[in-house]
Design a protein around this ligand. Structure first.
Ligand SMILES: NC(=O)c1ccc[n+]([C@@H]2O[C@H](COP(=O)([O-])OP(=O)(O)OC[C@H]3O[C@@H](n4cnc5c(N)ncnc54)[C@H](OP(=O)(O)O)[C@@H]3O)[C@@H](O)[C@H]2O)c1
Length: 427
């Protein structure tokens, strides 16, 4: 096999393949020989178990080598990862990748290429790191009518939200802590703005529902606007705030036939729901199927070793398929029809800062009423010369709530809409 990349994940994969070679053979009957590991810089210091003799700066040669049957892409990014994977497939190699960013934009084309050349492309580690989620959806639940996949698929943001909730930190302080602990990258935007979770949601929805959900089809909001005040309110009212990836199909009339709702946004999760209890950088995903009911997958969503564990499982499957001349089921997927956000309904948390004077609450409440958004609860928090009105609505269409917010912003007595978070409905 040839490996592209020897960073966090690649070096741990090399460790597992060398250290556990006998165990892997006894459990699977497969022996793996690493013929080359491509890296960017040959001068970089590598862990002691990485033999320098198989390091190469020529990734092109790795995907063309006749000694390589399986190519493992662990370099990340779109280019040249995409071209190298394409070349590997055309050259008759099966491919394993953990590259969610690439799969979210080119997964369908790569799967089609793999099918046309009679080879596999596996990507278990691209979503939720070490958690065996993709294979469960693809194989174990292949005949299941999956209705919903909902969960925490980004460890960095879960670490930040956990630190804000448990230590009372601001978003900026919690981000600094995540960076210090190695959970956030120097440029954390893909995590905190929700794009990493968005790529994973696109992959999950595609695998779970059998139709192609593209990255750009996934609505996303990140966590950068979550404040300690939002977290405090949520805690006092029995919720935790989590960044959720939500993928659903429904027969409900408001979904239309066969449409998929898929989005990433912060949500108030009832404190007694298992997702609310997922702390630190862990991931957890709930899968709801018609026959199987609810399943929960929980574990390390990132980290070199857990991710390498998932990659290793794929490598073994790829080798097994090559040995027996078979490939995984790969369907030609139609592009999914997506439910626009405006057509979805949920409950909402809305915080509004107003001038503290008589009649303001009535004026704000009137705007809710005019847009047929019913208020479930309201709390008033006093501030200097201002008051914060915090509402939880009953279930209402997103479009009506957006109109309500527009109307509220126009009131002279309103300073700002200070918070707007959807409430997760576990049922
Ligand atoms: N880290 C995780 O926890 C995690 C979890 C799930 C999925 N993933 C995915 O796994 C993949 C790898 O992540 P990682 O954290 O291991 O990344 P990383 O530590 O940055 O390692 C990337 C490796 O690729 C090599 N590389 C980069 N560009 C190259 C090029 N043009 N030619 C040859 N080699 C090149 C680098 O070489 P040098 O060492 O010489 O710089 C490095 O060894 C990514 O797609 C990531 O999204 C990672």
């Amino acid at each position: 096999m040839g490996i592209l990349g020897c960073g966090n994940v690649g070096s741990e994969l090399v460790k597992l393949l060398t250290r556990d070679a006998e165990l892997i053979f006894s459990q699977t009957g497969e022996r793996f020989v690493i013929t080359a590991v491509a890296v960017k810089s040959l001068d970089r210091q590598r862990p002691s178990w990485v033999e320098t003799s198989f390091l190469s700066a020529d990734a092109d040669a790795v995907v063309s080598s006749p000694d390589v049957d399986v190519v493992v892409e662990l370099m990340g990014g779109i280019s040249p990862a995409r071209e190298l994977i394409e070349k590997a497939l055309v050259n008759g190699k099966s491919v394993v990748t953990a590259n969610k960013a690439l799969l979210a934009v080119a997964g369908a084309e790569l799967a089609q290429l793999a099918r046309s050349v009679g080879r596999d492309i596996f990507f278990e580690a691209a979503v939720a790191g070490g958690i065996p989620l993709i294979r469960s959806l693809r194989v174990s639940l292949a005949g299941e009518r999956v209705r919903r996949v909902a969960g925490i698929v980004n460890g960095t943001t879960n670490f930040i939200l956990s630190a804000m909730s448990e230590s009372g930190l601001s978003y900026e302080q919690a981000l600094a802590l995540a960076t210090e602990a190695g959970y956030a990258e120097a440029d954390p935007s893909a995590d905190v703005e929700g794009d990493d979770a968005r790529a994973k949601a696109a992959i999950l929805a595609t695998v779970a529902f059998g139709r192609l959900v593209r990255f750009e089809d996934v609505y996303r909001e990140g966590i950068t606007r979550i404040t300690p005040s939002d977290i405090d309110f949520a805690k006092r009212h029995g919720y935790a705030i989590k960044l959720l990836a939500l993928c659903e199909v429904s027969d409900a009339p408001d979904f239309g036939s066969d449409r998929i709702a898929v989005r990433v946004h912060p949500a108030l999760v009832p404190a007694d729901h298992p997702l609310a209890l997922v702390r630190d950088s862990f991931n957890a995903v709930f899968v709801t199927g018609e026959a199987v009911g609810e399943l929960m997958f929980y574990g390390r969503g990132a980290g070199g070793l857990p991710t390498a564990s998932a990659v290793l499982g794929d490598v073994i499957d790829a080798a097994h398929n090559l040995r027996y001349g078979v490939t995984e089921r790969q369907l030609d997927r139609e592009v999914a029809a997506i439910v626009p956000m405006n057509e979805l309904s949920s409950r909402f948390y809305i915080a509004v800062d107003v001038i503290d004077q008589p009649g303001v609450l009535a004026a704000v409440a009137k705007v809710f009423g005019e847009n047929l958004v019913s208020i479930r609860s309201m709390e008033q928090i006093g501030m200097d010369n201002e008051a914060r009105l915090v509402f939880i609505t009953h279930t209402a269409p997103e479009s009506s709530v957006k109109m309500t917010l527009d109307g509220i912003r126009e009131l002279a007595s309103v300073r700002r809409v200070a918070g707007f978070i959807r409430v997760f409905d576990p049922s």
